[in-house]
Design a protein around this ligand. Structure first.
Ligand SMILES: [Zn+2]
Length: 459
C-alpha cells in the first residue's frame, strides 16, 4: 500500500545537496533509496509512477495555517484545510492556536491530534499559545503543551505586548527547546489601522497600519532572543525595516528568524485602490503583457490582511531578504473566512486570505521564474528550513525518513479558479490569475493523498 517507485524525475533534495535525475523508492512509508539504481531494490510488482519531466522534492511544509478547528468550522475544518494543503503540494502544516477555545492546554492539543488522525490527509502539527486564551496576560502551561506535542508557541493573530511576559515565555521556551513564533504588531502604534500607512491609505481615507508597528516588535524580539538565547521567529514579515533589523541581528549570531508570505512579495497597498490603479503602478511588470490581468474594485476586502500589503519598496526588501537568506522560510498564513464576513465595508471585514493552493505557484513566479532564486534554494525555504526551526525529522529525502514527497511541474501554466478550491472558504485575491508552476502529486508517508487531473484520491 505505501510502497512506491517514482521513476525518471529531477530529484531535488536541498538538505542533501542533491539535484539530478534519479528514481525514488518508498517502502512501507519510508524513503528506502534515492538514485539511478534505486529501482533495482524495488520488490516485484511495486507500484510505479513515471515522473519524468517533473521535479521530485521533499514534501512541502507550511508552518503557518489557520484550520479554524475547534470552534469556527464554518470557515474551515481540519479535513477541508488539509485537502487544500494536499492540492497545493503540502505534506505538513502547522495550525495556529487562535481557535475557539484557543490551543492553550494539553487537552486541546490532544483533540486536534485526534481529529487530524481521523480526518486529515496531510500531517497536521500544532502550535500552542504563548499566553492563556491568547489574552497576553498570563503564560500558558508551556511545558505541558510541549509534552502534548506542540512544535512551537505563538499568540498569532495577537502579539504579546508586555515585554517582561514575552521574556519569560522565551526563557521557558528555551528550557523546553521550543521556538517562539511571533506575530509582530505594536498595538499602541497600530491602533485600529486597516491598511498600510502611506499614500494610498490617505487617498482612500482608510486608517493606516504603519510599518513601524511591525518593526518595533521585531526589534523587541531580537533583543529578547539575544537576552534569553531562545529561537524567536518573526511571522509574516511585511516591512523593509524588519528585514534590515533581522539581517543585522543575524550577523551578530542572534537566534532570530523570519518568514514571508507570497501576497506580501507579490502585491502592494496600491491593490486596495483597485486593479486599474495596481496594474498601472506597482503591478506593471508582474504578469506577461499578453496575459489576462484580473480586475477588482477599490476597497476589495480580499486585499485586507494583517500585516497589510505594503509599498513597492517593502515588497522589494522582502524579496531581497529571501534572496540573501535573511528570510529563510516561506508560508501562506492561510486564513479562511466566510463570504458573509468579507462582504462588508473594508473597515469591518476580518483580516486574512486563504493561500495553501496558490502560494507555491506565486513563490515560483516571484522567486524562481524571475531568476532571483534557484529551484533548490526555493525548495529549501519550504522544506529543510521550517523542519530545522521546528526540530522535525522531515524536509529531506534522506533514507529512513518519512516518505513525504511533492512532485511538481515548475513551468505548468494554469489559472487559479474559485470552483476548484478544496478550502471551505473563498477569500482569495488571486482567483483568475494566470499562474506558473504547480504541484501534480502529493505523497504523505508513501501514500498518494492528491494527484492532479481527477479529483482527490479518497483517503
Ligand atoms: Zn498573524
Amino acid at each position: 500500500m505505501t510502497s512506491l517507485l517514482l521513476t525518471g524525475g529531477r530529484v531535488i533534495d536541498p538538505a542533501n545537496g542533491l539535484d539530478s535525475t534519479a528514481d525514488v523508492l518508498v517502502l512501507d512509508g519510508k524513503i528506502a533509496a534515492v538514485g539511478k539504481d534505486a529501482g533495482k531494490r524495488a520488490p516485484a510488482g511495486v507500484e510505479r509512477m513515471d515522473v519524468s519531466g517533473l521535479v521530485v522534492c521533499p514534501g512541502l511544509i507550511d508552518l503557518h495555517v489557520h484550520f479554524r478547528e475547534p470552534g469556527q468550522t464554518q470557515k474551515e475544518t481540519i479535513a477541508t484545510g488539509s485537502a487544500a494543503a494536499a492540492r497545493g503540494g503540502f505534506t505538513s502544516v502547522v495550525c495556529m492556536p487562535n481557535t475557539s477555545p484557543t490551543i492553550d492546554t494539553a487537552g486541546t492539543v490532544a483533540l486536534i491530534h485526534e481529529r487530524a488522525q481521523n480526518n486529515a490527509s496531510v500531517n497536521v502539527l500544532v502550535a500552542g499559545a504563548i499566553t492563556k486564551g491568547i489574552a497576553g496576560e498570563e503564560l500558558a502551561p508551556i511545558g505541558g503543551l510541549k509534552r502534548a506535542g506542540v512544535v512551537a508557541i505563538t499568540d498569532d493573530g495577537h502579539c504579546v505586548q508586555n515585554n517582561e511576559l514575552m521574556r519569560r515565555a522565551c526563557e521557558y521556551a528555551k528550557m523546553f527547546d521550543l521556538p517562539v513564533m511571533d506575530h509582530c504588531q505594536d498595538y499602541s502604534l497600530v491602533t485600529t489601522g486597516v491598511m498600510h500607512e502611506g499614500r494610498w491609505s490617505t487617498q482612500l481615507g482608510l486608517q493606516g497600519w504603519p510599518a513601524a508597528g511591525e518593526e518595533m516588535i521585531v526589534a523587541r524580539n531580537i533583543l529578547l532572543a539575544e537576552l534569553t538565547g531562545a529561537n524567536v521567529h518573526c511571522q509574516h514579515l511585511s516591512a523593509a525595516g524588519s528585514v534590515a533589523l533581522i539581517r543585522e541581528a543575524k550577523k551578530r549570531g542572534v537566534p532570530i528568524s523570519g518568514e514571508a508570505c507570497p501576497h506580501h512579495f507579490t502585491l502592494t497597498d496600491a491593490a486596495v485602490a483597485g486593479s486599474e490603479k495596481f496594474w498601472e503602478t506597482d503591478g506593471r511588470k508582474l504578469l506577461a503583457e499578453t496575459a489576462a490581468h484580473p480586475a477588482w474594485p477599490a476597497y476589495d476586502t480580499y486585499f485586507k490582511m494583517n500585516p497589510p500589503l505594503r509599498s513597492a519598496a517593502d515588497r522589494e526588501a522582502i524579496l531581497e531578504g529571501l534572496v540573501d537568506g535573511t528570510i529563510e522560510i516561506l508560508c501562506s498564513d492561510h486564513a479562511p473566512h466566510c463570504d458573509f464576513e468579507k462582504e462588508v465595508e473594508f473597515d469591518y471585514a476580518p483580516f486574512g486570505i486563504t493561500g495553501l493552493e496558490n502560494e507555491f505557484a506565486l513563490s515560483l513566479m516571484q522567486l524562481y521564474h524571475t531568476g532571483r532564486l534557484g529551484l533548490s534554494e526555493l525548495i529549501a525555504k519550504y522544506t529543510g528550513a521550517p523542519a530545522r526551526l521546528l526540530r522535525l525529522n522531515k524536509g529531506t529525502l534522506a533514507v529512513g525518513t518519512d516518505a513525504d514527497i511533492t512532485v511538481f511541474d515548475p513551468d505548468r501554466e494554469w489559472v487559479f479558479c474559485r470552483e476548484e478550491t478544496a478550502s471551505k472558504s473563498h477569500n482569495n485575491p488571486f482567483y483568475g490569475w494566470p499562474m506558473r508552476g504547480k504541484a501534480v502529486a502529493t505523497i504523505v508517508s508513501g501514500r498518494k493523498v492528491w494527484v492532479e487531473q481527477t479529483e482527490a484520491v479518497p483517503v
